[in-house]
Ligand binder design. Structure first.
Ligand code: SF4
Length: 446
């Protein structure tokens, strides 16, 4: 039997694509191996969002080919259509394949192939994936992006937005919940612009929230310009949707936001965060009464909504003053977590033509400054958890054999002094928070 190995770099969408690819390969008689130097077929699912992610494949692919000469290498993901990448790797890569074009001629399959008709985005999203986890699943609701933020390769790499039928998404989620999955993570480049006939993202969430069972529903990523009042209301009134909103701000200065083509101003973002916090924490008294009663019975604490973000430092032409506006915004919003990245020019994007004139050293300095602010706001937010009992999804064991998991607000928690029981992995547990750090909490079984 032939074997395959998939290397996935980058975002959740890539991870989910790899799960679909694994399912196709297994249907065609391939067996998974963890050893990339022994596999017959190796797929590298690439990421082109940052230079660092791109650089990984330039070392990795020649090394695999050197140590495993018989292997066929497929390159897929965001970098597949970049001419310079093709030139650089042409002698190592056997097949260049968009994930949405898994056709017979692209695959070196020997036996009967099931995938000959998978050539359109919606068809590819219909492939039933081979889920990596037994309790948490990514469910893509669409693919592609129409927004063209000036620094981003996604609209070029993945094409325009295409969304799945609501019924297909609900069926997939129902199936997962019935199989005992505890966490459904909806993914798309911009979930907020989801459309399926008359059904928008808020309607879709409502349908999913109505599925019977004990599970959490999460979604990523939300574009601030498309986050509607209806959506916030839907989250506030839901049973299963996690109180965690990932809301990429990218910059805190209007001129930079404009150059990034983000289509909102700093003030719009701040108002939106206030609204999310207000509506999800305090409003809807009727619902909150019910929820609080439920929580009281379970002795659980109602966690305030967590807001996390992505932010870029050193965008072309970003002055010290403009950067200070990002720093001020971070202090004002008090994020629970932020993915702070140093700008790197991406070929093919609008920003690639702008002068990348903030020095590497200055980008590093700016990143560190924001990190310092984040550590403080995250710690302040986490301090509210001390002594509280919260529900946690236990996700696994760390290197020292200690259990860890996440709260619905996406805070990583690790066990301190409770007995380590493997049976808890993949289950919800009520835990008492006994210690907090800037990027994590420590708990014991309640
Ligand atoms: S919204 Fe902007 S940053 Fe996000 S995928 Fe689309 S173009 Fe890229």
């Amino acid at each position: 039997m032939k074997t395959y190995h998939i290397i996935t770099i980058g975002c959740q969408m890539n991870k989910s694509d790899s799960e679909r690819l694994a399912s196709i390969l297994e249907k065609n008689g391939y067996r998974k191996t963890d050893n990339k130097y022994k596999a017959d077929l190796i797929t590298v699912n690439t990421c082109g969002v940052r230079q660092m992610a791109e650089d990984r494949i330039y070392g990795l692919i020649p090394e695999i080919k050197r140590k495993n000469k018989k292997a066929k290498i497929i390159l897929t993901g965001c970098l597949v259509n970049r001419k310079d990448v093709r030139r650089r790797l042409e002698k190592y890569v056997d097949i260049w394949m968009m994930i949405t074009e898994m056709t017979n001629d692209k695959f070196p399959m020997t036996n009967q192939c099931q995938i000959s008709n998978v050539k359109y985005q919606n068809d590819y999203l219909k492939i039933v994936p081979k889920y990596e986890s037994k309790f948490s699943a990514y469910v893509p609701i669409g693919n592609g992006c129409d927004n063209f933020c000036s620094y981003c390769v996604v609209p070029y790499a993945r094409g325009r937005e295409v969304y799945r039928l609501a019924k297909d998404i609900v069926d997939e989620a129902k199936n997962l919940v019935n199989r005992g999955y505890k966490e459904i993570i909806l993914i798309a480049q911009n979930v907020n612009s989801y459309k399926s006939g008359k059904i928008d993202f808020a309607d879709l969430l409502k349908q999913l929230d109505n599925i019977k069972g004990d599970f959490w529903l999460r979604f990523i990523t939300s574009h601030p310009k498309d986050m509607s009042d209806k959506l916030i209301k839907t989250i506030a009134g839901s049973k299963n949707i996690c109180r965690h909103i990932h809301l990429p701000v990218q910059a805190g200065d209007d001129k930079v936001l404009n150059k990034m083509n983000r289509q909102y101003a700093r003030i719009d973002y701040i108002k939106l965060v206030k609204k999310v916090r207000q509506d999800l924490n305090d409003q809807f008294p009727i619902f909150n009464d019910q929820k609080n009663t439920k929580l009281k019975i379970q002795n659980l604490w109602k966690q305030p909504v967590a807001i996390t973000t992505d932010i870029i430092v050193g965008f072309p032409g970003e002055t010290k003053k403009q950067f200070d506006n990002s720093a001020k915004l971070m202090k004002e919003v008090k994020f629970d977590l932020a993915y702070i990245v140093r700008y790197s020019p991406r070929p093919g994007t609008a920003a690639f033509k702008m002068a990348d004139n903030v020095t590497k050293l200055e980008k590093k300095r700016r990143e560190e400054k924001l990190m310092e602010i984040l550590r403080k706001t995250a710690l302040d937010n986490n301090k509210k958890y001390i002594g509280k009992i919260v529900k946690v999804l236990v996700e696994g064991k760390d290197k020292r054999g200690k259990l860890f998991g996440s709260t619905e607000t996406a805070k990583v928690v690790k066990i301190s002094n409770a007995p380590c029981n493997d049976k808890l992995i993949g289950e919800f547990a009520d835990v008492k928070i006994i210690k907090v750090m800037d990027f994590g909490l420590e708990w014991e079984i309640a």
